[in-house]
Design a protein around this ligand. Structure first.
Ligand code: ADP
Ligand code: MG
Length: 387
């Protein structure tokens, strides 16, 4: 049974009615540009073949019924009028309910009729691959289609981000939702998080005999909980000391002068990371535009060193993934996402993938780490209607 058929059959069994359609939205990895989005900087995500799929039918009585086939929690029922930000204790379903809330807040009253929703996702959760944005965007697109809302993809992404920020209570940037909503197959998405200007950059790995491999370490260290807020505050402090609203406004050419103005060693490291990683996005674009995809490997390695040494958000498992990948002949690798666990990405010759996977698994076993999930990915499509 196809993925899309499965959610339809399960929807029928669950609710006893037909869904009006099935929508899919992908997870993502970020190729380069980490912790740059809240500095108004640049990012470069690509969509994964892994998706969240929702089967949806509108209701008229204001009831919202939410179900995931991936957990044991049963159906959550709530009236749309009772949706209140941050009152929901962080249940899994708040990512979906928040989208309904955000759409209504934006004036799309039609969604107040409620809906029946059944979800299945192949995006690993909590692995830094943005399973949460996949949930939000799949339902956001479903409701936008069903209610014929005049929303562009970037607008949809903003509403989904608002759902996660204000309803779920996670202070994420705009990258994840934009990636899930706007990515195109065979491309990475160059996104300016200041004005949301976007460019699809051809990133057709297979055509060049290359592969991008994800290493999901399957660990998430508790340290990560407060670290995001701390790094963010440190970057804001750096911007304030340098007299700009956001670190994005300090040109890379002024890196040394800017660092010279900062006395606090910690703030200096954070500023160096943000300025150099914004620059690395430009370097990756230049290599890709020149058709020299292999050259981005070195930039990935430099990005990892910066996240490890300057921002200090890596961990032994991520460092080992990067080291083992390079030892096995990869062009380069780096951690991706929020850090302290989650996933790394590796650029490698397609013919060397099997050997790379083995080398990484062996390195993890030798170090006594939990065995990682290692799989190649191709830049896939953004959110879409399946039926
Ligand atoms: P990430 O987005 O990096 O995967 P997050 O912590 O932002 O990590 O989001 C993960 C959360 O999203 C899960 O804890 C769960 O609440 C929700 N979620 C993701 N996928 C599913 C799913 N298939 N079923 C139910 N909840 C899910
Ligand atoms: Mg998330």
């Amino acid at each position: 049974m196809g993925d899309e058929q499965q959610v339809i059959v399960e929807f029928r069994e669950l609710y006893g009615t037909e869904p009006e359609g099935v929508w899919a939205a992908p997870g993502r990895v970020n190729l380069i540009g980490e912790y740059t989005d809240f500095n108004d900087g640049f990012v470069m995500p690509l969509a994964l073949p892994h998706t969240a799929r929702v089967a949806v039918a509108r209701r008229a009585d204001g009831l919202l019924r939410l179900h995931s086939g991936d957990n044991e929690e049963g159906v959550t029922e709530i009236h749309v009028d009772d949706l209140k930000p941050l009152s929901s204790n962080g249940g899994w379903w708040t990512y979906l309910a928040g989208v309904v809330w955000a759409l209504r807040e934006a004036g799309h009253e039609g969604v107040a009729g409620g809906a029946d929703v059944h979800l299945r996702s192949t995006v690993p959760t909590g692995a830094g691959l943005s399973s949460s944005a996949a949930l939000e965007v799949s339902l956001g697109l479903a409701l936008a289609d069903l209610h014929q809302l005049p929303l562009s993809r970037p607008e949809l992404a903003l509403l989904c981000q608002r759902a996660e920020n204000a309803f779920v209570g996670v202070p994420c940037g705009i990258m994840d939702q934009t990636a899930s909503a706007c990515c195109e197959p065979g491309h990475a998405l160059h996104l300016d998080t200041r004005d949301l200007a976007r460019r699809q950059v051809p990133f057709d790995l297979a055509a060049q005999g290359l592969a991008l491999v994800v290493v999901d370490t399957r660990v998430q260290h508790a340290l990560g909980d407060g670290a995001y807020a701390e790094r963010r505050a440190g970057c804001e402090e750096g911007a304030r000391l340098l007299g700009v609203t956001h670190l994005r406004d300090v040109p890379y050419g002024q890196l040394d002068a800017a660092l010279g103005e900062l006395d606090d060693e910690r703030v200096r490291r954070y500023v160096r990371h943000v300025l150099t990683d914004n620059h690395r996005v430009a370097q990756v674009i230049a290599h890709l535009d020149a058709g020299d995809t292999r050259a981005i490997g070195r930039v990935l390695n430099e990005g990892h060193a910066s996240l490890r040494d300057d921002l200090r958000i890596s961990c032994p498992e991520l460092d080992l993934a990067v080291e083992a990948a390079n030892a096995a002949g990869a062009y380069g690798a780096r951690m991706t996402g929020g850090g302290f666990g989650g996933s790394a990405i590796v650029l490698v010759e397609e013919s060397a993938v099997v050997e790379l996977v083995r080398a990484i698994e062996e390195a993890f076993e030798a170090a006594g780490h939990r065995s990682p999930r290692v799989f190649p990915v191709t830049p896939a499509a953004g959110a879409r209607r399946l039926s």
